[in-house]
Design a protein around this ligand. Structure first.
Ligand SMILES: C[S@@+](CC[C@H](N)C(=O)[O-])C[C@H]1O[C@@H](n2cnc3c(N)ncnc32)[C@H](O)[C@@H]1O
Length: 227
């Protein structure tokens, strides 16, 4: 994909009743067609955020996209009184008008619709405290050349597939992430590919395969060992 290209997206319904987007340029959906919310909850919240047992943490996300992972993390932050700084990079932002058609707030908590829309409306490259326990910074940029300035407790690695975007899944970019993770940090991704596992291992992560949500046998989770 080329940064100058307008991303062509189409709204689709997944099997749990929540929306996803289909991106024509990579001919892929942003989430599992078996259920977008179900997948994000399982892989990023339950197998990542819920294991942190910290009252204050910084999350880095690769691919802001629909904002679903950020939205779920924000709900978690308020429900668990856990202070989250959420930094998310995106090269091809979803237009606000398209984001407003997504039904995540309707599926999760209709009272949070304004919050969801504000996440999309707020400016790129600035930090916003959107609720008492949740701060969001969306970075408009290319992850493969991003120079990290923060250190992370948790990484939501949610790029398009390694078949379509191999440059996002290299040992080098994982190495950069590893260097910017605190010891004990977790990286979670929907992918279960052997080549990705090897690249995570060579970057320094301890890697395990974890049982996946419905429709997906397993996925990968990396941990930076405690010193
Ligand atoms: C599988 S989608 C997931 C998005 C998001 N996490 C969500 O739940 O909607 C992958 C995302 O990575 C973004 N992306 C693709 N190439 C990128 C790059 N080089 N740097 C940053 N983001 C990129 C895409 O535009 C898309 O939003």
């Amino acid at each position: 994909m080329d940064a100058s290209e307008e991303i062509k997206i189409e709204l689709r319904l997944t099997e749990d009743g929540s929306h996803t987007l289909h991106a024509a340029m990579v001919d892929e959906c942003y989430h599992s067609t078996h259920g977008a919310i179900q997948e994000s909850m399982h892989i990023f919240i339950d197998a990542g955020l819920r294991l942190m047992h910290k009252k204050e943490l910084t999350i880095f996300e690769v691919g802001f996209g629909t904002g679903l992972n950020a939205f779920l993390a924000a709900q978690f932050a308020e429900q668990n009184q856990c202070d989250i700084r959420y930094i998310s990079i995106e090269k091809y932002p979803v237009p606000v008008a398209d984001a407003q058609k997504l039904n995540y707030a309707d599926c999760i908590d209709p009272a949070q619709r304004t919050f969801f829309e504000t996440m999309h409306q707020c400016r790129w490259n600035e930090s916003y405290r959107l609720s008492p326990h949740f701060e969001l910074k969306k970075i408009k940029g290319d992850f493969t050349s991003y120079l990290h300035t923060d250190t992370y407790d948790l990484v939501f690695f949610d790029a398009f597939s390694p078949e379509k975007q191999p440059e996002m899944w290299t040992a080098e970019v994982f190495g950069e992430l590893y260097r910017h993770c605190h010891s004990g940090a977790i990286l979670t991704t929907y992918c279960a590919k052997g080549a990705v596992k090897r690249n995570l291992l060579s970057a320094g992560f301890r890697v395990e395969k974890v049982p996946g949500p419905p429709g997906k046998r397993e996925f990968l989770r990396g941990v930076k060992n405690e010193n």
